[in-house]
Each structure stands twice: as C-alpha cells, then as structure tokens.
Ligand binder design. Structure first.
Ligand code: PRX
Length: 652
C-alpha cells in the first residue's frame, strides 16, 4: 500500500541567524525557544495567563481555557472583559500618542500618517457614526473596500462597539458580495465609490448597485469618496461616509464596550480553492492575545521598527498582521493601496526605502512575480533598513526563498516562512528568527502553545520524513470558534477527519529528522504517480530551481499505467521563450533534483497561471485544462480569468 503522502525533496541547506541578530532578539537560541515551547504545551493555562498580563483588561478572566471536545466548544479567558480597539489604541495614547500607527501609501505615491492619537480619534468618530445609525453590539457590518485607511478605521470602530465586521475582499464579484451580506445579514455595508488600482479607476459602488437592491438586511450603505466622481446614491439608504463623519453631532470620543472574552469579533468568509464560502468566526480575547503574541515573537518586534505587510485587509493576513497584531503591540504599520508593478516593478522597494521599512511580510506569489522582472529593479534602491523578511500564503519554493534572502535580504535578514490559515487566526508554524537555523522551504517549528503533529490516514503519527496531514491536537487562543450559523460544517470540515477534537487543516506536510515542518500543499492537490502520492509543492520547487523558471504549477492527468501522469505549467523569467529542448532539460532537471518519479510527462509554457484573488495557484482549473476538458468549471473566483483561454489553446 502506498503511504499517504510521499516526500521526495532533498533540500538540506541551512541558514543560521547572524550573531548580531540573535543578540538583540526576544528569543535568542533554539534552547530558549524549546524551553518556553515545552512549558507552553505542558502547562498551557499558566503560559497563557502570564502572556495575557500583557493585554489591558477591564476585568481579568476567571478561567484561562476550556475545551469541550464533544460539543467542540472552545473558550479562552472566560469571565474576562476586554476590548480589542482599546488594546490597539487607547492604551498607547500616553506613551505613543504621536507615534505613527498607520502610514498609508496611496496608489499614486502620496502618504498619509495616522498617529495613535489621530487614529484613535478617527476610530471613535466612525464608531459614533455607526451608533447614530442604530448599530449595537452583535450587529454585522460588511466592508467591501479598497486598501484605504477608512477600512482599518472602520473595522476598529466595529470592535470598539462589539459590532461584528465581515470584510469582503474588494476584488470579489458583486454576487460574492451579495452572498456574504445575505449569509451574515449585515445591516450596514461600507464601500467606496471607486478603487484606484495602478492606472485603472475601478468603479466599485456602481458595480454593486444592482445586487444591493436584493440585499434585504441592509439598512444603510456608507460610501467612501475615494475620488470626486459622479456616483449614484440611493436616497435614504446610501450616505457619504465623509459627510457622516463630519456631522456636528459626531463626537471625537467613544467609550469602548466592555466585551466578554468570547464575544464574536469578526466573520471572515473563506472559500479556499473549492466550495461554498464558510463564515469563519473569531472571538475577542483569544484572537487578540494570539495576534499580539505572534506578532511580537515571529517578527521579533521592537519599538523602533517600521513594519510592512503587503497583504490586503480583505484577507486574514491583513486583519491579523496589518491591523490587530501590530497595533496591539504599538507598532508602526505601513498600509499600501496600490499594486507591486505600478508605476514600475520596483514599487515595493521604493516604499521600503521611502519609509525605511525594517520588517517586510509578503506572499510567494509576489516574490516570484517580482523576481521575474530581474534584480536590476531591486538594486536601484537602498534596502539597508530591512532586518527581517516574512512569507505567507503558499509554500515558498526554496529557490524563490534563496532569491528573497540574497537579493532582498542581502544575505543578512532572516526569513520567517509562516504557515497558518484564515481559521487559525494567527501564525501556527514558523521559525522564531533569532532562535532557528532556517531551511529554505520549511516553515520550521510550531509557535508557543501550538501542538502540531503530522498524522497518517489512520490517525497515527507519521514517522520522520513521512508525509501526512498536518493537525493541531489542542485548541490555541486564535482558533476559529465555529462557521457562522453552521456548526455542522465546522465539525465536518475541521474535526471529522480524526476523532477526539483534533483540528484538521487540510494541508499535507512532513516533519524531517530534526523536527522541521515542511508544508507540501493542499490535500486536494495531491497527485498519485505509480502508487506514490506526492504533494505538488516539491515537484514545483524542483522546476523553479532551474535558473530560467519563475513559477510552476503541477497537476495530474489520467494515465493507464501510472495512475496519474504529471502535467506542468511553467512560467519563465521575463523575456525567455520555451522550446522542446527546454522541455527535455526541465524533465532531466527534475529527475536529477528529486528523482525520475516526479518527472513531468508534459510541460506547457505559460505567461500566467490561474490564481485566486489572494494569489494562490488554482490547480483545479489547471487540472481540467490538462485533462483536455473544454469546460474547466467556475472561473468567476479567479483574479485572472483571461489566462484560461490561452492555456486551453496552447495545451500540449
Ligand atoms: O495551504 C496553506 C496555505 O494557505 C492556506 C490558508 O489560506 P488562507 O486561509 O487564505 O490564509 C492565508 C494566510 C494565512 C493553508 O492551508 N499556506 C499559508 N501559508 C503557508 C501555506 N502553505 C505553505 N507555507 C506557508 N507558509
């Protein structure tokens, strides 16, 4: 019988942190990490009670944690009273009132700085607008916005009142928005008249006007005026956000609600790469605790840092690591409206230089896209302010890691490859940068309090280097509490694969002999070649390790003998062209790197591959193309549906 998931990668390189980095780090050695980690697992309540002292409480908790496995009810800091916005704003006013909390870089290169004082005031005003429009604790507010400061301000205003925000990524279709408004029965939608994106001015409000008429739950639509352009406003329902904020009766202060630890903070819909979206529910104290602590340790945060996470607040990364984690720590967080390639492919580095960013957190898709344009774009800029880099969202191919390390990090910045999910609230597996010798492509070790394991299909732990499912054996404070109004889906998706309250993440992974965790990709994407079940990420990484390749996606297609044959879509570095000769070179290269079994049977060169709006490769569609299907399924969730026809035409 084939093992569940075979691992074939031979990656062995190691990158220890520099002594100078270690010396100043919160956690200075592996032994120190291990000691704290062991304590956090052995006595979780003692560990978390101590950490929770770093937050500001209106009333301390009675019980640190409880876990009812049969009801799947998990609670943290029960009996406590707390407010997320108070912890992100008010508590910093005395010492950091004039420190920038958010530095906003607009699409066209202008900056706007919100100090803690100013942000506090804006959040209070926004909260007062919501109150004036009848919003109470527990009401749902939907946001469908570009990356503008009003989005961060708006969600902080919600948690100030105990209203539940549901942010829908601004690039989603009107229908997706309607589904999410209907599911959560949102009373208010906050949106923008337009979204500025590179050279484009994308109408936002106009695009959704038709579906908004069908959203029965909506009482008001608050419209942010991003640009002074004609915008149709429905009388009685649509209100200009700026007018509302300016109104005479809107005060500059607003008492933060004393919320219960387990009061819901927000819903965030996730569809992964398949299926109907799930409303992932996060609650107040545990989520705040978890994002606060992961931000502090994973990014080894220091008071003088300028931190930039390039994600969109429409995704969990933006929630946890643009807004809540950084602000709870009193950090300066850069927020960017535009796109990495506008006006040129060096926009990221221009911003790093402009604000002297010291911590930079992005996604492999962005790294690969930028690397494709060549090093010259990077070299134009002084990146000496950078001291730490991060990656999130997909497995990072070792070669993309090495490029990031060398060209962006100038061989001195550690890279934290952080594995987590919308459902996990914050980072679960990651190196702590002063404590761990890095291995390119490995997310390394579990964070404090996170008891991960790799299981085989039968629920037994996998041996070293044996692939399996990554699971978490005990709840952690940032864990999702349920799927909104669908506890059954919560149970089925996350807790039915293994018995006994084991969280099933849906990712394949392996642990090597030294305990390093390697994420092998989504279980849905596993391919079965001659009885070996392979995660796609290792084969893709082997392709990307060839000098001409910038991105690769591998999918199966049926083969009489092997079960699955491998079909690879390969994007070359800018300016290069594919050829039959290169196909042969790449096949040989993969055979040499990881073995003949992983040799792609077919290789198609592609300018681009279909991706979700958060930048993940959509292998489901590539699979349909590889299988020769005309109907490749639903493409409305793609960021770049236009590539599909080309890929179909150029099928090999
Ligand atoms: O497959 C894993 C991949 O992204 C999934 C979670 O996606 P989402 O809920 O959109 O959250 C993204 C931001 C946390 C995971 O199940 N993933 C995320 N980070 C990594 C990763 N795969 C490999 N390595 C990572 N560092």
């Amino acid at each position: 019988m084939a093992k569940f998931l075979d691992s074939i990668s031979k990656e062995t390189r190691k990158f220890p942190p520099k002594e100078s980095f270690k010396k100043k780090a919160h956690i200075k050695s592996f032994a120190e990490y291990k000691k704290l980690y062991n304590e956090s697992i052995k006595n979780p309540d003692t560990f978390w009670a101590k950490q929770a002292e770093q937050l500001d409480w209106f009333k301390k908790w009675d019980k640190v944690s409880s876990w009812n496995k049969s009801k799947l009810e998990c609670k943290w800091f029960e009996g406590g009273k707390i407010n997320i916005s108070y912890n992100c704003l008010d508590r910093h006013l005395k010492e950091r009132g004039d420190k920038p909390a958010i530095i906003w870089e607009s699409n066209d290169g202008k900056s706007k700085v919100y100090t803690y004082k100013k942000l506090h005031k804006e959040v209070c005003k926004f909260a007062n607008v919501l109150k004036k429009r009848g919003i109470k604790k527990g009401d749902r507010i939907c946001f469908y916005m570009p990356m503008v400061p009003e989005l961060a301000i708006g969600i902080l205003a919600c948690v100030r009142l105990g209203a539940i925000h549901s942010v829908v990524f601004g690039g989603f279709s009107p229908q997706s928005l309607q589904d999410r408004i209907d599911d959560s029965k949102a009373k208010i939608l906050v949106t923008s008249n337009v979204n500025l994106h590179g050279k484009k001015i994308i109408p936002m409000k106009e695009a959704i006007d038709a579906v908004l008429l069908k959203c029965k739950s909506l009482k008001y639509v608050l419209v942010n005026k991003r640009k002074n352009v004609a915008t149709s406003m429905k009388k009685g329902r649509d209100l200009w956000l700026q007018d509302e904020l300016k109104a005479k009766d809107i005060e500059n202060t607003c008492e933060p609600a004393k919320l219960n630890s387990e009061d819901p903070a927000f819903i965030l819909y996730t569809s992964g790469t398949t299926g109907k979206p799930k409303g992932v529910v996060h609650t107040t104290a545990g989520y705040l605790m978890y994002t606060y602590l992961t931000f502090k340790y994973v990014f080894d945060y220091r008071e003088e840092d300028v931190y930039w996470c390039t994600a969109d607040i429409g995704w969990v990364t933006g929630h946890s690591y643009i807004v809540y984690g950084p602000l709870a720590n009193g950090a300066t967080s850069v927020m960017f409206e535009g796109i990495p390639t506008y006006p040129n492919p060096d926009r990221f580095w221009e911003i790093v230089e402009k604000y002297k960013v010291s911590i930079f957190y992005t996604a492999p898709t962005a790294i690969r896209a930028i690397a494709r344009f060549g090093d010259e774009w990077v070299k134009k800029h002084d990146l000496s302010s950078l001291r730490l880099l991060g990656s999130v969202g997909e497995p990072i191919n070792p070669d993309a890691w090495l490029w990031y390390h060398k060209v962006i990090g100038r061989n001195k910045c550690p890279i934290v490859d952080t594995w987590w999910q919308t459902e996990t609230g914050g980072i679960l597996v990651t190196p702590l940068p002063g404590a761990v010798d890095l291995k390119p492509g490995s997310a390394c070790f579990p964070f404090f309090g996170v008891k991960t394991n790799i299981y085989k299909e039968n629920g037994k732990p996998a041996k070293a280097n044996e692939g399996g499912f990554i699971v978490v054996e005990k709840p952690w404070p940032g864990m999702l509490r349920t799927v909104y109004k669908n506890p059954d889906r919560f149970r089925k998706t996350y807790f039915s694969q293994f018995k006994g309250g084991i969280y099933f993440a849906g990712d394949g992974a392996k642990k090597d002999k030294e305990g390093y965790i390697w994420i092998l990709g989504r279980i849905d994407d596993v391919v079965n070649v001659s009885g070996h079940r392979l995660g796609t990420s290792e084969i893709e990484s082997a392709l990307v390790s060839y000098k001409d390749v910038s991105e690769a996606a591998v999918v199966p297609y049926p083969h009489k003998i092997k079960g699955d044959a491998l079909y690879a879509f390969v994007t070359l570095k800018k300016g290069l062209k594919g050829s039959d000769e290169l196909v042969q070179i790449l096949r040989k290269h993969v055979a040499k790197e990881i073995g003949p079994i992983a040799k792609p049977d077919k290789i198609q060169f592609a300018e681009g591959v279909p991706k979700t709006r958060s930048g993940k490769i959509m292998r489901r569609i590539l699979k349909a193309i590889a299988e020769g299907k005309e109907d490749v399924g639903n493409t409305t969730t793609l960021a770049n549906p236009e590539v599909v026809e080309t890929l179909k035409k150029e099928r090999v």
